[in-house]
Design a protein around this ligand. Structure first.
Ligand SMILES: Cc1ncc(COP(=O)(O)O)c(C=O)c1O
Length: 341
């Protein structure tokens, strides 16, 4: 291992301190009934929804590293933002509670029409309030980070020491953190006796995929990382993956190749946050065959993309494919009408 790119990556990752907020490693489990049903490659799931704190999700792995920086900078307040049912905000709010920090969130309204009357009250919104976060309503302008920066500036002017956590916890350090998921998958799949042909997951603000791409390039060079665009903005998603991936690779002193970035379009439904029939089928199939709880905005669309690729014959029965379940289940409760529940 020493002297290899994988060894270099693992040594570089050890330089970074994390707070230990997330339960790691997350499990890698076979999806036997879904595999049988689809008659395609053997499916496995990496349970990034099981990171623990505040009902878990992929952002906690990033926050574990990013909030170490926040504490080192002497922050007394975390500031972040996202849409009304943002899972990222909820994980920031839970982490703030655990760390004894104040939490202020810029809540973007207008990116999508509320799908149910209690969209603004249930799911992640209720949890944000439960964790003690202060919610600031702001209009969605398309700029994901400006309102977060503005809010941090206002709080600083009031004498607080805010730390701005970017939208989706996507930053070069967020991508560094997420490379650890690929390291875990490499170790866990080797222990289970297989090499994944692909790692498939939903992709939005980019650092999850960026970390997976650079981590897999080092530890699983035969494995393709496939991001399913859930933002209905595949070019922007791919550009952000490259941006964070390159920056993180430089920090970690490992290579990053643009050719490793594959963002698949066509599974985001009509718009961000709006589930379509394929998303709903993916959620119901995963629930009924595996007891796996996906969500209508992120992981359900990721699974819809994976199902479509399998049905299109992308892999054969001898292949192994790992689906990264990035979390998001609390938002399910804001979409019960769409799910017919
Ligand atoms: C449940 C869930 N899955 C996936 C993602 C996408 O991750 P990223 O924004 O790093 O691409 C998010 C981001 O908010 C999320 O909440």
């Amino acid at each position: 291992m020493k002297g290899t790119i994988a060894g270099r990556l693992e040594a570089s990752l050890m330089r970074f301190k994390r707070l230990g907020l997330a339960h790691l490693p997350t499990p890698l489990e076979p999806l036997k009934r879904l595999t049988e049903h689809l008659r395609g490659p053997s499916l496995w799931v990496k349970r990034e929804d099981c990171t623990g704190l505040g009902l878990g999700g992929n952002k906690l792995r990033k926050l574990d590293y990013v909030l170490h920086e926040a504490l080192r900078a002497g922050a007394d307040t975390l500031v972040s933002g996202g849409v009304v049912q943002s899972n990222s905000q909820r994980q920031v709010a839970a982490a703030a509670a655990k760390l004894g920090l104040a939490c202020h969130l810029a809540v973007y309204h207008g990116r999508l029409a509320p799908p149910t009357p209690d969209y603004g009250r249930t799911g992640n919104v209720a949890l944000n309030k439960l964790f003690g976060a202060v919610l600031h309503d702001v209009p969605w302008t398309g700029d994901r980070n400006q309102a977060i920066r503005d809010l941090a500036d206002r709080l600083a002017a009031q004498g607080r020491r805010p730390y701005a956590v970017p939208y989706g916890v996507s930053s070069p350090l967020g991508a560094v953190a997420y490379a650890t998921t690929a390291v875990e998958i490499a170790q866990q799949s080797a222990k289970a006796g297989f090499m994944p042909s692909a790692i498939v997951h939903c992709s939005g603000s980019g650092a999850t995929q960026a970390g997976l791409v650079l981590g897999a390039a080092a530890c699983l060079p035969q494995t393709r990382v496939i991001g399913i665009d859930i933002d209905a903005e595949p070019e922007r998603v791919a550009a952000d993956v490259v941006k964070y991936g390159r920056a993180a690779a430089e920090i970690l002193n490992v290579p990053f190749a643009n050719e490793g970035v594959e963002v698949v379009a066509g599974h985001a439904g009509p718009a961000y946050g709006v589930p379509h029939a394929a998303t709903i089928e993916a959620i119901k199939l995963s629930a009924r065959l595996e007891g796996l709880v996906l969500d209508p905005v992120y992981s359900g669309k990721g699974m819809a993309g994976l199902l479509a690729l399998i049905r299109d014959g992308r892999w054969s029965a001898g292949d192994r494919v790992v689906f990264v379940h990035t979390g998001g289940a609390p938002a399910l409760f804001a979409y019960l009408d769409a799910l017919g529940l």
